[in-house]
Design a protein around this ligand. Structure first.
Ligand SMILES: O=P(O)(O)OC[C@@H](O)[C@@H](O)c1c[nH]c2ccccc12
Length: 260
């Protein structure tokens, strides 16, 4: 079993347990459930920097990245830095995140928030909405075409933007559909953790122009962004490069200032 299979097997158990504890009616009754979302897709279309900055305490590939900073400080710092949006890891077991992180970020900032999670069930999309998310991530590597279709359609009905993540041509071909807003190419193989920007470059021409293109993972300097822009990317998802420093917001600010 590779790491992604393990995460998904655990996720099925976690979601079943959560469903038995917090009923859908409770999620739908939250104040945030009624909140009007802000489109990250539009924000990226109108940006000349395109940075989506991530809050990530640890990961299966890196162990601890940063356990010291508070999610509120990181969120405020990223917003001040001019990030287009923030990605908040909510998986607990493998990434040290939680839905509370999403709530705390929502309370701290106005910018679009992405729930970074392994979504396998509509219930998690209701959770995302109830905790202040504007965008959800769907990962092609762990979903069938039919699942991508039903989950993305449901997300859209809640007002969430959909970022669909792919890592290879096969995933891309079976995933492209009108209910997606953004196509993200993960430069990291979630099964082996290998990282290469070549993944974004080689898949870019296969992504139709009506989708906002996002390059994800392994971006650690401006050169990478300058290299990727000509391939049509307008969004860049950056986690570790900011989170590994004592002041992720300050690091993002320096990075974004140089891009302008
Ligand atoms: O820390 P990095 O290399 O900048 O990567 C950020 C983000 O792309 C990465 O955390 C990520 C991309 N897709 C995911 C899916 C699940 C968990 C995490 C991810």
């Amino acid at each position: 079993m590779n790491i992604l299979d393990k995460i998904i097997a655990d996720k099925h158990k976690e979601v079943a347990l959560k469903k038995s504890i917090v009923p859908v009616s409770q999620l739908e009754a939250t104040v945030l459930f009624e909140r009007e979302t802000i489109s990250l897709t539009n924000t990226l279309r109108n940006s000349n920097t395109g940075i989506i900055a991530e809050h990530k305490r640890r990961s299966p590939s890196k162990a601890v990245i940063n356990q010291k900073v508070s999610v509120q400080d990181v969120a405020t710092g990223y917003e001040k830095a001019g990030a287009c949006g923030m990605s908040v890891l909510t998986d607990g077991k493998y990434f040290g995140g939680s839905l509370d992180d999403l709530l705390l970020a929502r309370a701290a900032v106005e910018m679009p928030l992405l729930r970074k999670e392994f979504i396998i069930d509509e219930y998690q999309l209701l959770e995302a909405k109830a905790h202040g998310a504007d965008v959800c991530l769907l990962i092609a590597a762990c979903l069938t075409k039919d699942e991508i279709k039903s989950l993305s359609t449901f997300a859209k009905s809640l007002g969430l933007d959909v970022l669909l993540e792919v890592h290879n041509e096969e995933e891309l071909h079976r995933s492209i559909m009108p209910s997606l807003d953004m196509l993200g190419v993960n430069n990291r193989n979630l099964k082996t953790f290998e990282v290469s920007l070549e993944t974004s470059k080689s898949l870019s021409e296969l992504i139709p122009d009506n989708f906002v293109k996002v390059s994800e993972s392994g971006i650690s300097n401006m050169e990478a962004i300058k290299e990727l822009r000509p391939y049509g990317y307008s969004g860049f998802l950056i986690g570790e490069n900011f989170m590994k420093t004592d002041d992720p917001g300050g690091s993002a600010m320096e990075f974004i200032r140089k891009l302008k």
